[in-house]
Design a binder for this molecule. Structure first.
Ligand SMILES: [Zn+2]
Length: 298
């Protein structure tokens, strides 16, 4: 019997169909139906910016604490304030928990303060202005808040979303970097299996490189998750910067921690770190990646 071209085409289509069926059925963790609500997260950024710069001690700073509390409580999380002081300054970290005793603890963190001074501004006249912090501050908070609304309640781990105070005041007399996360690690009993910090992840031009101090295994899990979602152009699997950030105190205590940060941001610590630099799509890319990593964590 001579194979007709039509017959081999039919066989080809049949094989293709079977292949597609198999990949849809068994490629479970690459096929995700979840979509991070980008516009709701963007609204969280807008809301924080509407309060004004969230510099420690300001009204905008207190309003942000209240907003985080209210949003996370409405989403059904158990919320606590960790209030302490460092270098004579009051510190308030906001902790949203989903208690799940005897399960592995996972901490997702972001800082909510904005910097007192725009000391990287190209115009020295702006050095004394606070940083608006649309990307540096508000974007990470927005991703955590949208995760609080959308994470399934029955995950087999104990998730803490921690909103850190006083991350961004280093190189200012009487202050230092990462005061809030240091105080948290020193004073709150924890034993996290993984810590993921998100910072400056709202840039419309999103390039998140591997950060050199981060735990390599944990980082590769997250970058791999992003790749499976089709986000490899944003989560670039190459090392670039070494960053001091809220992951540092956790690493110093021996906990696996990773900093998800896009440090290629020309508006860093300038008065130009404004709402128009942040894109809802970037919040979505990072939010979906963290969501997918958490929901497949074992
Ligand atoms: Zn900063």
């Amino acid at each position: 019997m001579k194979k007709s071209p039509l017959f081999s085409l039919a066989v080809f289509i049949l094989l293709l169909a079977i292949g597609l069926l198999i990949s849809v059925t068994f490629g479970g963790n690459t096929v995700s139906t979840y979509r991070f609500d980008r516009s709701r997260a963007y609204t969280d950024v807008e809301m924080q910016l509407s309060f004004g710069p969230r510099t420690p001690g300001s009204q905008a700073h207190q309003k942000t604490i209240n907003y985080i509390l209210e949003q996370a409580q409405n989403a059904g999380w158990q919320v606590e304030l960790h209030q302490t002081q460092r270098m004579g300054h009051p510190i308030t970290n906001v902790i949203a928990k989903r208690p799940n005793p005897n399960m592995k603890q996972i901490i997702i963190g972001a800082h909510f303060d904005s910097r007192f001074y725009s000391d990287q501004d190209s115009n020295p006249a702006n050095y004394n202005q606070p940083v608006p912090g649309a990307n540096d501050g508000a974007s990470g908070v927005a991703v955590l808040l949208e995760l609080s609304r959308s994470l399934p309640p029955n995950l087999p781990c104990e998730i803490w979303l921690v909103f850190f105070d006083a991350e961004d005041q280093g190189n200012i007399p009487g202050w230092d970097w990462i005061l809030g996360s240091r105080a948290f690690v020193e004073e709150i009993p924890i034993n996290p299996a993984a810590v993921v910090i998100v910072d400056m992840i709202g840039d419309a031009d999103l390039n998140i490189y591997l950060e050199r101090n981060s735990n390599p295994q944990l980082a590769s899990q997250i970058w791999e998750t992003a790749r499976n979602l089709g986000y490899e152009q944003y989560f670039i699997p190459q090392y670039k910067y070494s960053i001091l950030d809220d992951h540092t105190p956790f690493l110093e205590k021996g906990y696996p921690a990773v900093d998800v940060i896009d440090f290629d941001y020309p508006y860093w610590h300038t008065t130009q770190d404004t709402l128009d630099k942040v894109s809802a799509e970037s919040l979505g890319i990072v939010g979906e990646t963290i969501h997918a990593w958490l929901t497949t964590y074992d």
